[in-house]
Design a protein around this ligand. Sequence first.
Ligand SMILES: [Fe+2]
Ligand SMILES: [Fe+2]
Length: 193
Amino acid sequence: MIALGSSTHPAWFATSGQHLGALLSDHLHCERKAAENAMSLVRRYPNQAAFVEALTRLAHEETSHLVQVAAIMNERGLVVRSDGPNRYARALLAQMRGNEPERRVDALLCAALIEARSHERLSLLARGFQQRGDQQLADFYAALGDAEERHAEIYVSLAKDAAPTAAVDDRLAELVEREAEILAALPHGPRIH
Ligand SMILES: [Fe+2]
Ligand SMILES: [Fe+2]
């Protein structure tokens, strides 16, 4: 499991959980981008069947999350909004080194960190909705939070297939610090990241 460099502010759920339409809309787009990112890694690095299988399975799971968010929004009469720019992901991906195999390692580790942060945030949503008595969303976010934690581990293990373990661990430690700095510089809002 990845140890993140920071914990989300305790007031995050109080703010985010009040804007259900905006929050679920952002979450829906996060699942879409998670699936698209996994597919884009398959396009960029198609050479190993095990890598392709792992990432297509992961993308398949993300699209199933996307279906579930869309169904909940539909059931609750919530409108899916357009996706805005994601300063968090953009700043994190700007950390990627340019040459291979470093670029591939960084792409996988950035994806791992986004998944690990999703795990943290979705777990907070599970707890918050539980306290609020919204059992449907509490159960939904508990299940999804667990899946995102597993995805983070898959991305780290794929990075370790591409480069020596010690080099990946060192780079992960650096990116963990960057991720916490990037998140700290962004305002709170009804967003997953
Ligand atoms: Fe997901
Ligand atoms: Fe995920």
